[in-house]
Design a protein around this ligand. Sequence first.
Ligand SMILES: [Zn+2]
Length: 175
Amino acid sequence: MRPRPPTYGHFRDVAAELDRSGAAIFRDTDGVESLVIRYPYSINYIHSYAEDSAFFLGLAEGKLRGSRCRRPKCRFVYATPRGHCMIDGAPTEWVDLPLEGRVHSWTTCRFGSEAFLKETPYNLAMIEFEGVGSLLLARVKDAVESDFYVGMPVRAVFDPNPKYLATDIWFVPQR
Ligand SMILES: [Zn+2]
Protein backbone atom coordinates (compact mmCIF):
# COMPACT_ATOMS: atom_id res chain seq x y z
CA MET A 1 0.00 0.00 0.00
CA ARG A 2 1.10 3.55 -0.66
CA PRO A 3 0.97 6.09 2.18
CA ARG A 4 -1.62 8.83 1.86
CA PRO A 5 -0.17 11.84 -0.01
CA PRO A 6 0.49 14.97 2.10
CA THR A 7 -2.25 17.60 2.37
CA TYR A 8 -1.81 21.32 1.61
CA GLY A 9 -4.00 24.38 1.71
CA HIS A 10 -2.09 26.33 -0.94
CA PHE A 11 -1.89 25.18 -4.51
CA ARG A 12 1.76 26.23 -4.89
CA ASP A 13 2.60 23.70 -2.15
CA VAL A 14 0.56 21.09 -4.02
CA ALA A 15 2.52 21.91 -7.19
CA ALA A 16 5.84 21.53 -5.34
CA GLU A 17 4.71 18.19 -3.91
CA LEU A 18 3.70 17.03 -7.40
CA ASP A 19 7.25 17.81 -8.55
CA ARG A 20 8.60 15.74 -5.67
CA SER A 21 6.32 12.73 -5.47
CA GLY A 22 3.64 13.02 -8.16
CA ALA A 23 0.64 13.16 -5.81
CA ALA A 24 -0.79 15.52 -3.19
CA ILE A 25 -4.07 16.42 -1.54
CA PHE A 26 -5.46 19.96 -1.75
CA ARG A 27 -7.79 20.94 1.09
CA ASP A 28 -9.91 23.99 0.36
CA THR A 29 -11.20 26.48 2.92
CA ASP A 30 -14.40 24.39 3.36
CA GLY A 31 -12.30 21.34 4.24
CA VAL A 32 -13.05 19.54 0.96
CA GLU A 33 -10.10 17.39 -0.06
CA SER A 34 -9.05 16.82 -3.69
CA LEU A 35 -6.46 14.25 -4.69
CA VAL A 36 -4.19 15.85 -7.32
CA ILE A 37 -1.77 13.82 -9.41
CA ARG A 38 0.91 14.67 -11.91
CA TYR A 39 0.28 13.00 -15.22
CA PRO A 40 2.90 13.78 -17.89
CA TYR A 41 1.29 14.45 -21.23
CA SER A 42 2.97 15.75 -24.38
CA ILE A 43 1.83 16.49 -27.91
CA ASN A 44 3.14 18.63 -30.74
CA TYR A 45 0.27 20.88 -31.62
CA ILE A 46 0.60 22.52 -35.05
CA HIS A 47 -1.48 25.67 -34.82
CA SER A 48 -1.94 28.50 -37.33
CA TYR A 49 -2.77 31.97 -36.01
CA ALA A 50 -4.00 32.90 -39.49
CA GLU A 51 -5.51 36.44 -39.36
CA ASP A 52 -4.43 36.83 -35.71
CA SER A 53 -0.74 36.42 -36.64
CA ALA A 54 0.06 40.16 -36.53
CA PHE A 55 -1.03 40.25 -32.87
CA PHE A 56 1.45 37.55 -31.80
CA LEU A 57 4.25 38.84 -34.07
CA GLY A 58 3.64 42.27 -32.50
CA LEU A 59 4.07 40.95 -28.96
CA ALA A 60 7.52 39.64 -29.95
CA GLU A 61 8.36 43.17 -31.20
CA GLY A 62 7.14 44.90 -28.04
CA LYS A 63 3.90 46.07 -29.64
CA LEU A 64 0.36 45.54 -28.43
CA ARG A 65 -1.90 45.48 -31.45
CA GLY A 66 -5.63 45.91 -31.49
CA SER A 67 -7.99 46.39 -34.37
CA ARG A 68 -10.04 49.35 -35.55
CA CYS A 69 -13.18 49.35 -37.66
CA ARG A 70 -12.44 50.66 -41.17
CA ARG A 71 -15.83 52.31 -41.57
CA PRO A 72 -15.24 56.10 -41.19
CA LYS A 73 -18.43 56.68 -39.20
CA CYS A 74 -17.56 53.93 -36.70
CA ARG A 75 -13.80 53.55 -36.10
CA PHE A 76 -14.46 51.44 -32.99
CA VAL A 77 -11.17 50.15 -31.53
CA TYR A 78 -10.96 46.63 -30.08
CA ALA A 79 -8.30 45.74 -27.53
CA THR A 80 -8.76 42.05 -28.34
CA PRO A 81 -8.26 41.93 -32.11
CA ARG A 82 -11.19 41.11 -34.39
CA GLY A 83 -11.22 40.65 -38.12
CA HIS A 84 -14.58 42.39 -38.37
CA CYS A 85 -16.40 45.02 -36.31
CA MET A 86 -19.01 43.65 -33.92
CA ILE A 87 -21.18 46.74 -34.40
CA ASP A 88 -21.48 46.93 -38.18
CA GLY A 89 -19.61 43.91 -39.54
CA ALA A 90 -17.11 46.07 -41.47
CA PRO A 91 -13.52 44.77 -41.79
CA THR A 92 -10.95 46.10 -39.31
CA GLU A 93 -7.34 47.26 -39.57
CA TRP A 94 -4.44 46.81 -37.14
CA VAL A 95 -3.57 49.62 -34.75
CA ASP A 96 -0.94 49.89 -32.02
CA LEU A 97 -2.55 50.22 -28.60
CA PRO A 98 -1.12 52.29 -25.74
CA LEU A 99 1.26 50.35 -23.50
CA GLU A 100 -0.22 51.97 -20.42
CA GLY A 101 -3.75 51.41 -19.20
CA ARG A 102 -5.92 51.05 -16.12
CA VAL A 103 -7.41 48.12 -14.25
CA HIS A 104 -11.14 47.92 -14.98
CA SER A 105 -11.73 44.78 -12.89
CA TRP A 106 -9.61 41.92 -11.59
CA THR A 107 -9.51 38.56 -9.86
CA THR A 108 -6.82 36.59 -8.06
CA CYS A 109 -6.66 32.97 -9.26
CA ARG A 110 -5.69 30.24 -6.79
CA PHE A 111 -5.91 27.52 -9.40
CA GLY A 112 -4.51 27.53 -12.89
CA SER A 113 -3.84 25.42 -15.91
CA GLU A 114 -0.38 23.88 -16.25
CA ALA A 115 1.11 27.04 -17.80
CA PHE A 116 0.20 29.10 -14.71
CA LEU A 117 0.56 26.52 -11.94
CA LYS A 118 3.97 27.74 -10.79
CA GLU A 119 2.81 31.38 -10.52
CA THR A 120 -0.35 30.55 -8.54
CA PRO A 121 -1.83 32.61 -7.00
CA TYR A 122 -1.78 35.02 -9.93
CA ASN A 123 -3.86 38.03 -10.95
CA LEU A 124 -6.03 38.37 -14.02
CA ALA A 125 -7.36 41.79 -14.92
CA MET A 126 -9.48 43.45 -17.56
CA ILE A 127 -7.33 46.36 -18.74
CA GLU A 128 -8.83 49.51 -20.24
CA PHE A 129 -6.94 51.86 -22.56
CA GLU A 130 -7.51 55.49 -23.52
CA GLY A 131 -9.39 55.67 -26.81
CA VAL A 132 -10.09 51.92 -26.93
CA GLY A 133 -13.65 50.62 -26.80
CA SER A 134 -13.09 47.12 -25.40
CA LEU A 135 -11.03 45.59 -22.61
CA LEU A 136 -8.01 43.28 -22.68
CA LEU A 137 -7.73 40.25 -20.37
CA ALA A 138 -4.17 39.91 -19.09
CA ARG A 139 -2.12 38.93 -16.07
CA VAL A 140 -0.90 41.59 -13.65
CA LYS A 141 2.39 40.69 -11.95
CA ASP A 142 4.30 42.36 -9.10
CA ALA A 143 1.03 43.00 -7.28
CA VAL A 144 -0.88 41.19 -4.55
CA GLU A 145 -4.65 41.06 -4.22
CA SER A 146 -4.81 43.94 -1.74
CA ASP A 147 -2.87 46.26 -4.11
CA PHE A 148 -5.71 46.37 -6.64
CA TYR A 149 -8.32 49.06 -7.14
CA VAL A 150 -10.53 50.14 -10.00
CA GLY A 151 -8.53 52.54 -12.15
CA MET A 152 -5.11 51.34 -10.98
CA PRO A 153 -2.57 52.43 -13.62
CA VAL A 154 -0.58 49.59 -15.18
CA ARG A 155 1.98 49.28 -17.95
CA ALA A 156 2.72 46.47 -20.37
CA VAL A 157 5.74 44.19 -20.04
CA PHE A 158 6.77 41.90 -22.88
CA ASP A 159 8.50 38.56 -22.44
CA PRO A 160 12.14 39.05 -23.54
CA ASN A 161 12.01 35.47 -24.85
CA PRO A 162 8.70 35.50 -26.71
CA LYS A 163 7.01 32.20 -27.50
CA TYR A 164 4.23 33.62 -29.72
CA LEU A 165 1.68 32.98 -26.98
CA ALA A 166 -0.80 35.28 -25.26
CA THR A 167 1.46 34.93 -22.19
CA ASP A 168 4.16 36.96 -24.02
CA ILE A 169 2.59 40.05 -22.47
CA TRP A 170 1.58 40.94 -18.93
CA PHE A 171 1.12 44.13 -16.96
CA VAL A 172 2.70 45.59 -13.81
CA PRO A 173 1.57 48.49 -11.62
CA GLN A 174 2.93 51.89 -12.59
CA ARG A 175 4.87 53.07 -9.56
ZN1 LIG B 1 -17.61 49.42 -36.97
